[in-house]
Design a protein around this ligand. Structure first.
Ligand code: NAP
Length: 289
């Protein structure tokens, strides 16, 4: 299976590291119709995976002040890929986001048929807009949420929350990247199309993740919790907190490990990598430096 991966950031490199020589990263600009079409025609992949998109640095608040760049990469870009892939009859997958919902209680669990209900950040709005348009076509849409992996690094959600002064403590769906990449590959092998919540079953709070971190990685680690209201005083845009159902993927025969089991296993490997001094750098930020 030959994979052509668009974008060269965190998710792209996790795919590349996991898949190996069958995967190639392309840095073609996805909004450039001619260059993109030529790239796909010359590489002739079995599948194109789009991981390109603006996520913002240091965080998604960047998108509030860079709306045009965000629209070009998160909406116009995916639509350009759609046009090219439709014209070439090319199967493709798009990495979307689960950050298009807001759960007010643990009973608010969203499946793929539910309409997005979180529009309080420009980033989330662009992800919902592109998703809504792509779902009219035979595109595989992989909804990712709060990615955690076993390598310390600035893009890893675990590393991020260990560096925050204070964290919120709200149940969320998350994606353990080892499971996400495997599930994505299985869905691709089945030539699945449509939207899939690619998150580990169940939900977990930041404090629960940090308690397991304390137990497995660093017994001296301390953290402080603050309320969502307090957090919203220091961010420009509100953040999505939500719980997603992954029943559709389960029914499709693709399984991810229960969230708490997967977090525990990931943190054991995280500690080993940390002790070995390994780190996954932020490629997208380094390229700008
Ligand atoms: N990481 C998360 O927390 C998370 C959660 C849910 C969903 N997602 C989605 O997953 C995808 C990948 O995220 P990530 O964490 O890998 O982000 P990332 O580390 O910021 O990488 C994104 C990559 O896309 C490239 N890119 C942006 N616009 C492009 C364009 N128009 N043409 C070609 N390349 C372009 C960036 O390069 P330049 O900087 O040079 O533009 C960068 O290499 C995004 O669509 C994001 O919305 C991410």
């Amino acid at each position: 299976m030959k994979y052509l991966i668009l974008g060269n950031g965190y998710v792209a490199n996790l795919f590349k590291d996991s898949i190996g020589s069958e995967a190639e990263i392309s840095t073609v600009r996805i909004e450039n119709y001619d260059a993109l079409k030529a790239e796909i025609q010359s590489k002739k992949p079995d599948v194109v995976i789009n991981t390109a998109g603006k996520t913002g640095r240091p965080n998604v608040d960047w998108c509030e002040d860079h709306k045009l760049e965000t629209i070009v990469s998160n909406v116009y870009g995916p639509l350009t890929i759609l046009r090219v892939c439709e014209e070439l009859g090319q199967y493709w997958a798009h990495v979307g986001s689960g950050c298009v919902y807001e759960s007010k209680t643990t009973k608010d669990v969203y499946n793929e048929k539910d309409q997005p209900n979180f529009f309080d950040s420009f980033y989330s709005r662009t992800k919902a807009w592109s998703e809504g348009m792509l779902k009219e076509f035979n595109v595989l849409q992989l909804r990712l949420r709060m990615p955690l992996d076993d390598m310390p690094g600035p893009r890893n959600f675990v590393t991020k929350i260990t560096k925050y002064e204070k964290v919120i403590n709200i149940p969320n769906s998350i994606s353990i990247m080892e499971d996400f990449v495997k599930a994505a590959q299985e869905l691709i092998a089945k030539k699945a199309t449509g939207i899939f919540n690619v998150t580990n079953p169940g939900s977990i709070t930041h404090a629960e993740i940090l308690d397991i971190y304390k137990e497995i990685v660093d017994q001296n680690f301390k953290y402080t919790i603050f309320s969502l209201e307090e957090m919203e005083k220091i961010t420009k845009a509100r953040r999505s907190n939500c719980i997603l159902s992954n029943q559709k993927m389960e029914d499709f025969g693709v399984h991810m490990r229960p969230v708490k089991e997967a977090v525990r296993d990931m943190l054991v490997k995280y500690k080993a990598n940390m002790d070995a001094g390994k780190i996954r750098q932020d490629k997208a930020a380094l390229q700008k430096a």
